[in-house]
Ligand binder design. Structure first.
Ligand code: ADE
Ligand code: ZN
Length: 332
């Protein structure tokens, strides 16, 4: 396939952890600005350390890296760098996760984090024409009580984020542990989403749907092990925000050629392409599309449907969704 074809397609990114866009160069620059000594000699040493055996081995390095983020300006610079990459990849809309507990547990105020990220998003609307939403994600390896405290601290600012998510170590931390805090978030008008079926079993996807009442499943690739669940996801057009490069880096699939995203797409599932933590997993949106073209022989029609799904699955207003979907499908 001509690689310029999908580069030019308009796309939405729906599964992106802002802390996972911290490139080694920026990590060094922020460490220097904040007087922090990193346990790496140079950016090459950082890149060499990015060899992961599973989700947890990545999370340990990812949480340590986030330690260089201290001021609002740091969060602004991080977010702005990602938004410039969106512009390059023709990502016209993005829905970004942030993990407040990673920062508040280090003594950084919730407001410091939010102000920096939100400032960059506002500037991107004006200067780059990129629209966006923020999703506050709870760390599931921390107790329910910590999630409640985070929600309390965040609710006064709830006009600045659209939903809540659930991420971090999946196995052993089922969605049911967070049923009450999600209920409270939903009652406050926030849209629920959750990581499920990345490393965890299909039962976790059932719980995310039935107990957390999510509007999207993040990852969800293990749904294909449960035919009844797959049928339900297809029937309900429940979106799965799939992250191909991430799944290979974290050994969910051995090779990209083994990935199930296109078979789920062809079966009628509302799957989308996303980069998850692009600074750690080897590429942003278009690199993921390019990988699918190269390793799975993705066709132009499949690429168009993936791009259209990304708008269908977004939290954009219905008219904007429809307009972008028509563009992605080449109907106008
Ligand atoms: N936090 C950042 N990336 C993640 C992923 N892929 N799964 C769970 N938690 C995460
Ligand atoms: Zn993720």
């Amino acid at each position: 396939m001509d690689m310029t074809f999908f580069r030019n397609l308009p796309k939405a990114e729906l599964h992106l952890h802002i802390e996972g866009t911290l490139e080694p160069e920026l990590m060094f620059a922020l460490a220097e600005r904040n007087g922090i000594k990193l346990p790496y000699e140079d950016t090459e040493a950082i890149r060499r350390a990015y060899q992961f055996s599973n989700l947890q081995s990545f999370l340990d390095i990812y949480y340590a890296g986030a330690g260089v983020l201290q001021t609002s300006r740091d969060f602004y610079d991080l977010t702005w760098a990602y938004l410039e990459r969106c512009k390059e990849d023709n990502v016209v809309h993005t829905e970004i996760f942030f993990d407040p507990q990673t920062h508040t547990d280090r003594g950084i105020a919730f407001e410091t984090v939010l102000e920096g990220i939100d400032g960059a998003l506002a500037d991107a609307r004006k200067k780059l024409g990129i629209t966006s939403h923020l999703i506050l994600s709870f760390l599931r390896h921390l107790p329910e009580e910590s999630a409640f405290e985070t929600l309390e601290a965040a609710l006064p600012h709830k006009d600045r984020f659209i939903g809540v998510g659930l991420d971090s170590s999946e196995a052993g931390f089922p969605p049911e542990m967070f049923e009450r805090v999600f209920e409270k978030a939903r009652k406050a008008g926030l849209i629920p989403v959750a990581h499920a079926g990345e490393e965890g079993p299909p039962a976790y996807i059932h719980q995310a749907l039935d107990l957390l009442k999510v509007a999207r499943i993040d990852h969800g690739v293990r749904a294909s092990e449960d035919p009844a669940l797959m049928a339900r996801l297809i029937k309900e057009r429940m979106p799965l925000t799939v992250c191909p490069f991430s799944n290979v880096k974290l050994k969910v699939f051995e090779r990209l050629a083994d990935h199930n995203i296109l078979s789920m797409l062809d079966a009628g599932a509302c799957v989308t392409v996303n980069s998850d933590d692009p600074a750690y997993f080897g590429g942003y949106m278009n690199a993921n599309f390019e990988g699918l073209a190269r390793e799975l022989n993705m066709t132009e029609a499949q690429a168009r449907r993936l791009a259209a799904n990304s708008f269908e699955a977004s939290f954009l207003p219905e008219v904007e969704k429809r307009a972008w979907m028509a563009k992605a499908l080449g109907e106008e």
